[in-house]
Structures are given as C-alpha cells and as structure tokens.
Design a binder for this molecule. Structure first.
Ligand code: NCD
Length: 309
C-alpha cells in the first residue's frame, strides 16, 4: 500500500512534514537513477491518463515523461474541451469512463474543486494538475524541490511571491506548502490581486511572518527566493482590468543590482512580460531548471500514489 495517507493529490496542505520529506527523498532517488542512465520499471504494466481541460505544456509533458521514465504507459486528452465534454458529458461520467482504461488520473480543469470531485468519482488515484484559480499541489512540490536544490535549505529563507497572488494557483499551493517550514513571506501584489485572505490567515496561523506589499524593489532587496507569476488573464471578467494590471511588475536586470548575489529567481512559466529575457543570464535565474524538476517530483508522486515506491 501507499506510504502516503491519501492516494489522491488534491491540495498542498494535505501533506504532513514526513510525507513531504518522503516525496523529496523519492524524487532525489529517481533523479539520480535517471542521471545515471538507469532504465526503471517501477510503473511497468500501469497506464496513466492525463486529462487537460486547460492549456498546458510543462505539467502535462513532465507527467507523461515521468510515467515513461518509470516504465509505464500514457494515454492523453490534451484538449479535453474537444472531447465528449463538448457534447455535454459531466466530469463524473468522464472520470468513470477513464477509470476503465487507466490506473492513475491526472486532471487539469478550470473549476475550483474539480479534482476533488473527480477523486470522489473513482477509487483510482487522482492528481490535481491545477483546478482553476484553486490549487496546483504538484507544482508546489517541484517548487520546494527547486528551492532545496538551489539554496541547499528552506528554513530561514525570506521568500517573495510576486504577481497575481489572487488568481495564481501555484502561489496558493506554494504558500501553504512552505508554511511547514521556518520561512518569512513577502506577498507582493497590486491591491486588486492580493493573496486570498484565507491563505494569508492559514499561513499566519502556522506561525509564519507575512508581509504584504506592493513594492517589488523592496522585495528584491530582502528576498532569498523571488517567485514571479503571470497575471492570469483567463481569470479576469473585465478585459480592461487585465490591461490595467498586466504589466504591474516587470523584473529587469537593473533591479537585480540591489539583490542578494545568492538570489534564486523562480517562475512556474509560461512567462509573458514579468521577467525580461535578459534576466535569464543571471546565475540564480532558475526557472528552466525549475521546470525540469517537474519530472523527478512527478515520478515520485506517481510511484507513491500507486504504492510502487
Ligand atoms: C501554471 C499554471 O498552469 O497554473 N503553469 C504551470 O503549471 N507551470 C502557471 C500559469 O499558468 O501562470
């Protein structure tokens, strides 16, 4: 049986510290094995179904790569909107169908709570690959893995989350996951895009020091990790409001003069305008290393929820 208390991965705050450690350790083992050229058969005979109702490059491809690296197979609906959902099929019925084909289900859906609804419809493990403006727990685990690799620790760090904190599911999950550690948070957002109150309250209740600010320059000076995010255009009802806010924060090389030399810059990607491409040459610009870390983390999650690790 699985060593995780739930077979589903729905939210980042479902994990105990021991479970987070287990996921990190399992990911490290798989990363080392892949780097050493080992061919793994941990998921041999198992089929993963990736079901994406919203666009994705990294999340879907890294889940699929993870399954293939573990010796399993993959079936995919990359544009689930063009599947039977377009004919009016409910999520429940789609999941009941997919469970007849696959052993593990990865779901991205525009509705908050969709992954939970899917998990309730099936006994097979369901992994939330993003539920609207809700959560993105597997991303937050690869973000933590990245911080540990880049900074060699997480306790004691000042972590700035910047951009669309209201609608960005990656920052919701990351804030709750990092609340298991001794970190200090700077939440940097325009007033209209502040971190939801319930997340701020939950993080504070865990004893974490949180400062909310609109001042990116101050955050750049103080941070050990700067996590930039895209303004989530698809979540805006009013296009004019998006136009007003879309360039709220743009990180350019000149601003990095006042940063710690050891600063790690992260972004879940895709970026639009938030990080000038000139910043890519900065040693601590970790966003492409971060996206590659999705593979070992998702290998660990697939194996653990399947009881194979
Ligand atoms: C993010 C997402 O889908 O929430 N992308 C990702 O999974 N790496 C971030 C975003 O779309 O802005």
């Amino acid at each position: 049986m699985t060593k995780l208390s739930s077979k589903d991965v729905l939210r980042s705050d479902q994990f105990s510290k021991a479970e987070i450690d287990l996921i990190m350790e399992t990911a490290r083992t798989y990363e080392a094995a892949v780097d050493a050229g080992e061919v793994l058969d941990v998921m041999k005979g198992k089929v993963l179904s990736t079901l994406f109702y919203e666009p994705s490059t990294r999340t879907r491809l890294s889940f699929e790569t993870a399954m293939l690296r573990l010796g399993g197979d993959v079936i995919t609906v990359a544009e689930a909107k063009s599947s039977s959902a377009a004919k009016g099929e409910s999520l429940h019925d789609t999941i009941k169908t997919v469970e007849g084909y696959a052993d593990v289900i990865v779901l991205r859906h525009p509705q908050i709570g969709a992954a939970k609804e899917a998990a309730e419809a099936t006994d097979q493990p369901v992994l939330n690959a993003g539920d609207g403006a809700g959560q993105h727990p597997t991303q937050s685990l690869l973000d933590l893995y990245t911080i540990l690799k880049e900074q060699k620790k997480v306790d004691g760090l000042t972590i700035a989350l910047a951009g669309d904190l209201r609608n960005g599911r990656t920052v919701h999950s990351l804030a709750l996951l990092l609340a298991n550690y001794d970190v200090r948070f700077l939440f940097v957002a325009p007033d209209a895009l502040r971190m939801p109150t319930e997340i701020v309250e939950q993080v504070k209740a865990a004893g974490i020091d949180v400062q909310e600010t609109e001042n990116l320059s101050q955050a750049i000076c103080e941070a050990d990790v700067l996590y930039m995010t895209r303004i989530q255009r698809e979540r805006f009802e009013d296009p004019a409001e998006y136009e007003r806010l879309k360039d709220a924060f743009i990180l350019r090389n000149d601003a990095l003069a006042s940063a710690k030399p050891s600063l790690t810059i992260m972004h879940p990607l895709p970026r639009v305008n938030e990080i000038d491409p000139d910043v890519d040459a900065f040693a601590g610009a970790a966003y492409f290393r971060q996206s590659a870390n999705g593979v070992p983390i998702r290998m660990a999650l697939l194996a653990l929820v399947s009881g194979r690790a």
